[in-house]
Design a protein around this ligand. Structure first.
Ligand code: B12
Length: 214
């Protein structure tokens, strides 16, 4: 039964039925499925299929927007559940996360933020298209241990380097670990710009965050 709900959840994203995605997410929660299971085994596979179909030319932008809307509505239901489970977990550290200036891709960044939050990090999500100076100001304000920079475009990857430079100029680079991610980002790029870590998905980001805090 649980497997069936998760499979239907995946299909609802692929078929572009956001109302079904929301209804099935509620159903999955009612069946006592863990929010992380719903995300990892229901929603993420759906977005991966949609992404692959877009890349192969089978899907176009409207398909993506509809799928993204379904994913975001589902995440809005799951986030309070994830947070509720965090209440018993000790804070692992303060994380500031956002998608860099010029880039409006939200889903992966939000997933990383939500999942890090669910794993016990205190997460401040600045949203998308975040000005470099806002990252710096928020790191100062919160005393963040980690700043996460998401970039999904080859044209906005370079902004990750700009944020690192701005942290250096503000004299706080040594106080905060910079982690980077997004589809075009690699370990090689991470080394090139002098970031402290890279993860290719949200699960990897949690491991990376834990590792950097030890
Ligand atoms: C959905 C989507 C959109 C949606 C975004 C909706 C939203 N609210 O987010 C919409 C339709 C708005 C969109 C717009 C555009 N998009 Co788009 N989009 C995608 C798509 C299909 C999926 C992205 C996604 O959500 N994936 C699902 C999530 C779960 O994965 P993810 O984002 O990669 O995140 C994971 C990891 O990367 C990692 N991660 C992400 N961030 C971080 C941060 C840290 C700190 C860490 C550690 C890890 C991490 O963990 C995440 C979770 O597992 C990708 C294709 C792809 N395969 O990536 C194209 C893609 C990124 N888009 C692309 C393009 C070109 C655009 C547009 C320029 C299109 C246009 N002509 O208008 C605009 C960009 C506008 C702008 N200024 O930003 C290109 C980029 C090409 C390039 N290399 O530069 C891609 C690769 C598609 C393609 N092959 O052409 N897009």
């Amino acid at each position: 039964m649980s497997h069936e709900i998760l499979a239907k959840l995946t299909s609802s994203l692929v078929e572009g039925e956001p109302d079904d995605t929301v209804a099935l997410t509620r159903q999955a929660l009612n069946h006592q499925l863990e929010p992380l299971t719903i995300i990892n085994e229901g929603l993420v596979p759906g977005m991966e299929i949609v992404g692959a179909r877009f890349q192969s030319g089978e899907y176009f932008l409207p398909h993506l927007i509809i799928a993204a809307s379904g994913m975001q509505q589902a995440m809005a239901l799951l986030e309070p559940e994830l947070r509720a489970r965090q209440q018993t977990v000790e804070s692992r550290g303060i994380v500031v996360i956002g998608t860099v200036k010029g880039d409006i891709h939200e889903i992966g960044k939000s997933l990383v933020g939500t999942m890090m939050s669910a794993s016990g990090f205190q997460v401040h999500d600045l949203g998308v298209d975040v000005p470099t100076e806002t990252f710096v100001a928020k790191v100062k304000e919160t005393g963040a241990n980690i700043v996460g920079l998401s970039a999904l475009l080859t044209t906005t990857m370079t902004v990750q380097r700009e944020v690192i430079e701005a942290l250096e100029e503000a004299g706080i680079r040594s106080q905060v670990k910079v982690i980077v991610g997004g589809a075009p980002v690699s370990q090689e790029w991470t080394n090139t710009i002098g970031a402290d870590g890279y993860a290719e998905d949200a699960v990897g980001a949690i491991e990376l965050g834990k590792h950097l805090m030890t």
